[in-house]
Design a binder for this molecule. Sequence first.
Ligand code: ADP
Ligand code: MG
Length: 451
Amino acid sequence: MEELKSLWEKIISKLEVKVSTVSFELWIKTLELIDFRDNKVLVLGASSTTAKNQLYKNHAEQLKECIAQVFDEGCDFEILDPNEKEDYIKKFKSSIEDSSNFEKDLDKFIFNPKYTFENFVVGKSNQFVYAGARAVAENPGKKFNPLFIYGGVGLGKTHLLHAIGNYISEFYPNLKIKYVTCEKFTNDYIESMLSKREESKVEFREKYRNVDVLMVDDIQFLSKKDSTQEEFFHTFNDLYQNNKQIILSSDRPPKDIATLAERLESRFASGLIQDIQSPDYETRVAILRKKAQQERYFIDDEVIEFIADKINTNIREMEGLLSKVHFFASLLGKKTAGIEEAKEAFKEKFDSTRENLTIDSITDVVCDYFNISKTDIIGKKKSKDIVEPRMIAIYLISEYLDIPLISIGKHFGGRDHTTIIHARDKITDLIKTDEKIKNIVTDLKSLITNS
Ligand code: ADP
Ligand code: MG
């Protein structure tokens, strides 16, 4: 049940960014998880009948969407008002309390059944990483160890990890696989350290070392957490020495995760480091077609091309737009979604992204990306490693926000508006001629629109 609770919390936090603060505080936050009936239906308790009705009326779609992201699409939910809750508990109490069942059955939700190799569209941008992942899935612990996959947000890293997991579960049912996000690994570790029970440290080790395949998703988050990092190295070495397969994903190459590279460099030599790049137009179209087919959306080809054209890096974002288009069409009772719905969905997405952006939020993303301080980026330093990020930040701000150049200048330590124009135009030009700058800007844009 604990595991289930943390999954439920994940759903709540996803909802938090989707609904208004008022709705969140009033209706969503007060929802209580009662049961996970037949491993299919999340039974939720609302604080009142009004709350229940409001949730069904205004937030059913969002709830469903977030549940699908955390569990899988087949999962549904049911909201009970306080009276119904009482009846429900009376009727099913024994099964609810038998929580050991939950843990066991939840294992199968660890790998999203949709994230398979078959559902992964292969193109120029990802053919090598696909081949590497497949080779590892077919020969766990024997072929490339560790496998390190890196690439930008929404490009399919998690999908590939799950595909490996699904494959190994099917063809090597005796192998024990553990998949965690870096966040989960860290939390588990911290919890084991803080626990007063002596056994908890041993339990932690057993959990992570007593496996045949360990996957840690988004390992870049390890970078700042010293003691967790230490523990990860021990886990890694232990598994590695026992020929257990290790698979890691990250948004950047190992060399850019400060101490990871140093400490594991020799290990990486025997493994495979593979990057996943942004898909080209044809691959984007193929991915959207596959997705539409999978979800049984009827969508005009024109719409697919429109989306592939508008969004060119983040596949998750493309999929989000596709399902929104489908949703809009279904609201209108149309069987096939057309270009009008696509334009409407895109406009809404664009507006809501812009609404949440500020000079500061964009500057922060740029600072994080280059790992430089805010004081430096707005300050007077003239070294290239600061000037370039500064110009890029200025470019992005003028691209996303409709604010006077003078205000941008003010934000950047009182620079003159001509300096701002110069920076903006310089980057505009560089994007056309300099592949590296172009990629940086693309990365940053996808970070900004997802932050
Ligand atoms: P990441 O972990 O790199 O941020 P995900 O693996 O979560 O990205 O992928 C985001 C979404 O895009 C998922 O729904 C995934 O199924 C889909 N996706 C990514 N790459 C492909 C691909 N090559 N073919 C089909 N779907 C893909
Ligand atoms: Mg991921």
